[in-house]
Design a protein around this ligand. Structure first.
Ligand code: 8YV
Length: 337
């Protein structure tokens, strides 16, 4: 079947799910986790009709310029700052991501990190494992309360709303959010959340969670100026992208006690983590695993495969991928659900 379309899958996903691509395409699968250089990505895409990629692969003009038959890119993940959407759009390449299927799992992780920071859970475990628990004492590892406190959410999309619901309904929190625009009243009611300006969010939050997309416009939204407005007792949790925070300023704030604690699942230079953060006790650090439940990672892989199959004109939804990135389907200017 020499005429079958060719697709590349940049990282190992789940073999049984990747195998579904073989029903329609010649598949170039990747057996082991691989760090692909931009030149290698470009070489892999040459001669391909489509590809499934992850946040590890940046896809821009340089990577697609020689891929003259490329028609679809399916990103595994809801965030797609690794894609140059304008460059893809200009070439008529249909791009897709994996929203919705990871919303609740990622919100769970956001809440887990918030609680770990507030109640000093990982710090306590390190302390215990280090053999420092020699005598129970009344004032060991005093943290801050989650229930009844004020939850701040920067970026009130699907995941932000899911975190808001957990805070409002599960922990009796007052929920504030900041977004470019106000959400429909029905959603505000559901998550019992009120929109405030960015400064108010910084000043009033006891626990601030970042859940907004990364772009040049949102780079370092949390900088030293923003940190200075936060309560010294507050926690800051980031489950979105590392580049949202000026990590040097955060390390300063955590080291000086200007901010009580932070919980970070994402880092600007990941997988490298700023050694200053590694040396601090009041920060919880996890290796970009917000969506990493088995069920959700499987659902993400399934959705990426569904998107690629449909975008390349195959399967039951031929020409109508379930979750395209807005504007990348030629002739349609908005995302279709
Ligand atoms: C993914 C993520 O694991 O969805 C996202 O935006 O960061 C993670 O859920 C990652 O994007 C995989 O490519």
């Amino acid at each position: 079947a020499a005429s079958r379309p060719r697709v590349w899958v940049s990282q190992p996903l789940f073999d049984d799910i990747v195998a579904r691509l073989g029903e329609h395409f010649e598949v170039g699968a990747t057996a082991q986790v691989t760090v692909w250089s931009p030149a290698q990505v470009a070489a892999k895409l040459r001669g391909c009709d489509g590809a499934v990629v992850t946040l590890n692969e940046r896809i821009g003009t340089a990577e697609i310029v020689q891929a003259s038959s490329l028609r679809a890119i399916a990103n595994v993940g809801v965030g797609y700052d690794n894609l140059d959407v304008e460059a893809l759009r200009a070439r008529g390449i249909v791009a897709s991501n994996t929203p919705d299927v990871l919303t609740e799992t990622t919100a769970d992780m956001g809440f887990a990190l918030l609680m770990a920071a507030a109640r000093r859970i990982t710090e306590g475990e390190r302390w215990l494992r280090d053999g420092r628990w020699t005598q129970w004492s009344f004032d060991t590892l005093l943290g801050s309360d989650v229930h009844g406190s004020t939850l701040g959410i920067l970026g009130m999309g699907r995941i932000g709303q899911a975190i808001a619901r957990r805070g409002a309904h599960g922990f009796g929190m007052r929920v504030l959010y900041h977004n470019r625009s106000r959400l429909p009243e029905r959603i505000e009611r559901n998550s019992r959340a009120a929109r405030v300006d960015f400064d108010t969010l910084l000043r009033e939050s006891d626990h601030l969670v970042l859940v907004l997309p990364y772009s040049p416009a949102t780079r370092h939204v949390i900088d030293s100026t923003a940190l200075a407005k936060m309560k010294p007792t507050a926690t800051l949790t980031n489950i979105a992208r590392g580049g949202l925070i000026d990590e040097a300023a955060l390390a300063d704030a955590l080291a000086s006690g200007r901010l009580a604690s932070a919980a970070l699942d994402v880092f600007e230079g990941e997988p490298a983590v700023d050694p200053r953060l590694l040396a601090l006790d009041n920060v919880v650090l996890t290796p970009h695993v917000g969506s990493a439940s088995l069920a959700t990672r499987r659902a993400m892989a399934e959705l990426a495969v569904d998107n690629l199959v449909a975008a390349l004109g195959h399967g039951p939804r031929a020409g109508d991928p379930p979750t395209p990135i807005a504007g990348t389907i030629p002739g349609k200017d908005t995302a279709k659900r």
